[in-house]
Design a protein around this ligand. Structure first.
Ligand code: HEC
Length: 405
């Protein structure tokens, strides 16, 4: 049993590592090309068909890049494609969905207090949300609405907010955020797989056959590329949010997710504008910071934090608190079946994340985490398997904030 748990943990780490590597490769090349494209310059005497060029210096050499829109007159001898970065990111992400959320569906995917369902139903529902997300997005892009970049983006934003809200009514908060990220990332990857690359292939086939390619294919690909550019940063936030229960585990989590999309767009807008040499819109950073403060506040709403979370407070204060006996009962009753040396909860073989909550000392040591994971947010117990009550959560908050003063 122990061996399997160790194997699974390492498998999870390996897949996560792979996912981060491929993600860096995809986002890196995508950011590079967006900046390159926006920074192109024109000059008289460029080769026929070239629409812009740029000189770059990097790693000891100079690069001279020219862009041909729609395509060069003839098919070049060597052509490098950028597609496996995207496909590998999606595939490794899907593998992680299995390792973390489908294999651990009881804890991380399904919350019976949100919507009771069996594990197979949960997994099917999860995949369905991802598939439907793409279909709805693709139909909107192909509809007459797709003619207006701005109109389309506004409607897509509305759809994403609705999806965010809907997901929080299907899954745990943690899975809701992850799925919003997975739906968005699937849209991005499917844009590459089903639209951008196939359109490029049509253009290449035309070149080889000596036909003049239709510029419409490039235009469609460009619009999808624009979406991918603006969706990148919110996806990163959503993927990382799993490690921050205040983001996903509180009441207004879907509003937080909606604001994150705006922050991501603001930051991309800053870089896009600078790369296009169209100014220096520093206001976007201010706006992003204000939205972030609102997010912090939302994560504590409706009750605003009364005491500051002081991690450094002496552990003794937590044990000495008049609330401690009740807190100890809660933690021993709701947490320690998993968070102990030899857990008794089925399927848990060692204290999760090494967090032990089975003695006065370990409870005091983890006071802040208990407060964040189970008091302020509903991240723990996972899917509330041990049925901690709101009153008990409130007591964890009172205890931590009182003793931390
Ligand atoms: C059913 C078993 C189970 C119960 C009950 C449980 N936990 Fe956990 N806990 C887990 C698992 C699994 C993880 C690892 C989560 C992950 O991989 O992100 C975890 C992680 C944690 C962490 C570390 C989070 C991190 O990412 O560093 C803390 C702190 C924690 N739990 C506190 C609690 C508290 C407080 C309670 C009781 C109110 C509780 N847990 C009840 C299974 C449980």
């Amino acid at each position: 049993m122990m061996d399997f748990a160790i194997f699974w943990d390492w498998l999870s780490f390996a897949v996560r590592w792979l996912h981060v590597i491929t993600g860096i490769a995809w986002i890196g090349s995508s950011f590079y090309f967006v900046a390159l494209d926006l920074g192109l310059r024109q000059r008289p005497g460029m080769p026929a068909g070239a629409s812009g060029e740029e000189w770059q210096v990097h790693g000891g050499g100079f690069y001279h890049i020219q862009k041909y829109l729609v395509a060069p007159a003839e098919m070049p001898e060597h052509l490098i494609w950028f597609k496996w970065e995207s496909y590998a990111t999606w595939l490794s992400g899907f593998a992680m969905l299995w390792v973390v959320y489908y294999a651990g569906a009881d804890l991380f995917l399904i919350d019976p207090n949100v919507l009771p369902m069996s594990v197979p139903v949960g997994i099917l529902l999860s995949m369905a949300t991802i598939g439907v997300g793409w279909v709805v997005y693709d139909l909107l892009c192909r509809s007459p609405l797709g003619k207006s970049d701005t109109g389309l983006m506004l409607v897509l934003y509305g759809v994403l907010v609705f999806i965010a809200w809907g997901l929080t009514h299907l899954f745990t908060g943690r899975a809701a955020f992850l799925h919003l990220g997975a739906i968005t990332a699937t849209i991005m990857s499917a844009n590459v797989f089903l639209v951008i690359i196939p359109n490029q292939k049509i253009v290449v086939a035309d070149l080889i056959a000596g036909r003049k390619p239709d510029p419409k294919y490039g235009k469609i690909a460009k619009q999808r590329s624009l979406h991918n550019n603006y969706l990148t940063l919110p996806v990163l936030f959503l993927m990382l949010s799993n490690h921050y229960p205040l983001a996903f585990g509180t009441e207004f989590n879907w509003v937080i997710a909606s604001l994150v999309f705006i922050i991501g767009v603001l930051i991309r807008h800053y870089f896009n504008t600078v790369h296009a040499r169209k100014g220096n819109p520093t206001w976007t950073w201010l706006a992003a910071a204000i939205l972030f403060v609102i997010i912090i506040w939302l994560s504590t709403a409706p009750k605003v934090l009364t005491g500051q979370a002081k991690a450094s407070s002496a552990a003794q204060a937590y044990v000495a608190s008049a609330d401690f006996p009740a807190v100890r009962d809660i933690v021993l009753g709701r947490c320690s079946m998993c968070h102990t040396q030899e857990p008794v909860y089925e399927g848990i073989y060692h204290a999760p994340k090494g967090v032990m909550l089975d003695t006065d000392a370990t409870i005091a040591e983890h006071a802040r985490e208990i407060y964040l994971q189970a008091g302020r947010s509903h991240a723990m117990p996972p899917a509330n398997v041990t049925e901690i009550s709101d009153k008990e959560r409130a007591l964890l908050v009172t205890w931590f904030e009182g003793a931390g003063k």
